[in-house]
Design a protein around this ligand. Structure first.
Ligand SMILES: Nc1nc2c(ncn2[C@@H]2O[C@H](COP(=O)(O)OP(=O)(O)OP(=O)(O)O)[C@@H](O)[C@H]2O)c(=O)[nH]1
Length: 285
């Protein structure tokens, strides 16, 4: 159609209609080829090429190549439908990214207390332990367990038990405030704190101060055989500089100290010094 229109115009302007008919046919064919070539070039430049870029972008995202999260402005700044498609695609990617970040955060947080959970501990340990080895500094693990929590739940009810755990979490959060401190709820009424570059004396002092603050909150617990308020027992283990901290050995050792607290009547803090992964020596009672 375009070719015919153009040929008509050319015919009028440069007198093609005066040419012999074979020349007219050749001119028309030439015109049709040039026009189709031009149309194909435009289709490739305006449509196929951007589509290839868009699909390449989607492929990279699919393969997890986060260096290409932002789409090229070549696509997003276009004022046509392709540009609109690219912008909508980019919004979708950004929404998914935000949503994924929220999901990841939720998967690391204990919903009741807002503290980290076991998974967060594992993630943070991947950074903290190699860092402590590199800086050649101490690592301390505190295992904290609420005393006589079963009777508390039984008599005051599960929602009151939940509230009690939330209040205890608040004390933990207020006590262990360094950026490098890791404070998590392991599950149930058990919490873990990991401190790096804190001396064994300081770890014990902080742990015992925290225990005292929980007692001082004076959450009534008239069914506790220990005292008439909610208390915790704390097992502390410190791995000194130069000893490669093995988290499983440390947790096992802190657990031993915790059970010793329970055996000795609860509402107390006991500490151990880990001199090698296999060997634990008592530091404080
Ligand atoms: N409210 C509430 N209770 C929980 C939660 N998780 C675990 N518990 C309760 O915590 C109690 C733990 O009881 P036990 O492990 O027997 O220990 P305990 O009574 O604290 O005794 P000791 O640790 O020996 O002092 C159980 O009754 C659990 O049901 C929770 O998320 N919310």
């Amino acid at each position: 159609m375009l070719a015919f229109t153009v040929s008509g115009l050319l015919g009028g302007v440069i007198g093609v209609s005066q040419w012999p008919w074979p020349m007219q046919v050749i001119a028309l064919l030439l015109l049709v080829s040039l026009t189709s070539g031009w149309v194909l070039l435009r289709i490739d430049r305006d449509f196929l090429h951007p589509m290839r870029r868009l699909s390449e972008h989607a492929r990279r995202l699919h393969e997890g190549d986060n260096t290409h999260l932002m789409m090229t402005t070549y696509l997003t700044e276009r004022h046509d439908e392709v540009g609109e498609l690219a912008r909508q695609f980019q919004h979708l990617v950004e929404d998914l990214k935000t949503h994924n970040a929220q999901l990841l955060e939720q998967s690391l947080i204990d919903p009741l207390t807002g503290l980290g959970n076991r998974r967060m501990l594992e993630n943070r340990l991947d950074v903290s332990l190699p860092l402590s080895r590199r800086l050649d500094c101490t690592v301390s693990v505190l295992m904290i367990d609420v005393d006589h929590f079963k009777p508390y739940n039984d008599y005051y009810g599960h929602p009151a038990g939940d509230e009690c755990l939330v209040q205890i979490s608040g004390v933990l959060r207020d006590t262990f405030r360094r950026e490098t401190d890791i404070v998590v709820r392991l599950g149930g009424e058990e919490f873990l704190v990991l401190l790096i570059d804190t001396s064994s004396q300081e770890a014990w002092r902080l742990a015992d101060a925290m225990r005292g603050m929980i007692q001082a909150m004076a959450i009534p617990h008239e069914y506790s055989p220990t005292v008439d308020v909610v208390t915790v027992s704390v097992g502390v283990v410190t791995s000194p500089p130069g000893v490669s901290a093995d988290i499983d050995a440390m947790i096992a050792c802190a657990d031993e100290a915790l059970y010793a607290c329970k055996a000795q009547g609860r509402n107390t803090t006991q500490a151990r010094m880990l001199s090698s992964p296999a060997e634990a020596i008592e530091a404080h009672v």
